[in-house]
Each structure stands twice: as C-alpha cells, then as structure tokens.
Write a protein that binds this ligand. Structure first.
Ligand SMILES: [Zn+2]
Ligand SMILES: [Zn+2]
Length: 97
C-alpha cells in the first residue's frame, strides 16, 4: 500500500520518522503531489543547499542528535528541539514560583 502524505514517514536519508506539518501537507496537495517526500525536513533542506544555517548538535539531555538553525554558543549545553520544548513547558509551568 502506498504511503499517504499524512502518514508517519521514514526519511530515506537519516532513517528518522517524521510527519509533515499540516501547512506543508496542504502545500504538497496544492502542488499536486500524491505521494509523500522521501526525505525529512532537515534532509530536504540539506539537499536543497539550505543547510548552511543548520548545525548538528548533540542534546545534553537525551543524547539525541538534532539540528538547530543557529550556531550554538556552547554546543555542549544545547538541547534538541523536543527537549527544548519540554523544558519551555516546565519553565512556563513553574514561572509563578
Ligand atoms: Zn532525514
Ligand atoms: Zn533531547
């Protein structure tokens, strides 16, 4: 069975699972695509030569590799996107303290 654009996809380059966000799916459908891209967002950016602003980091919290769109001041203390978002939630929840 053919994968749908809205399915959870596996990147053929980095083998990470990824899901397109709704805006991207909408754009794909508008452009007439019926099958999903083979590459995740990061790999597509790298392939398109837009990777100059992405820097590979190793998350200090979970140890996963991720890419950030800025040059980390201290790469050893950088969080991946997932942990960063979690950390922000925790920070917001405890900001009244
Ligand atoms: Zn990828
Ligand atoms: Zn992490």
């Amino acid at each position: 069975m053919m994968k749908k654009i809205t399915d959870l996809l596996t990147c053929s380059s980095c083998l990470n699972d990824f899901r397109l966000d709704k805006a991207v799916i909408k754009k794909y459908i508008e452009l007439g695509y019926t099958s999903p891209p083979k590459l995740c967002d990061i790999c597509r950016k790298i392939k398109n030569g837009k990777s100059y602003s992405l820097h590979k980091i190793k998350c200090k919290h979970c140890g996963e590799y991720d890419y950030v769109p800025f040059i980390p001041i201290n790469p050893k203390t950088v969080l991946c996107e997932k942990c960063f978002l979690e950390w922000q939630v925790i920070k917001n929840n405890t900001s009244f303290m």
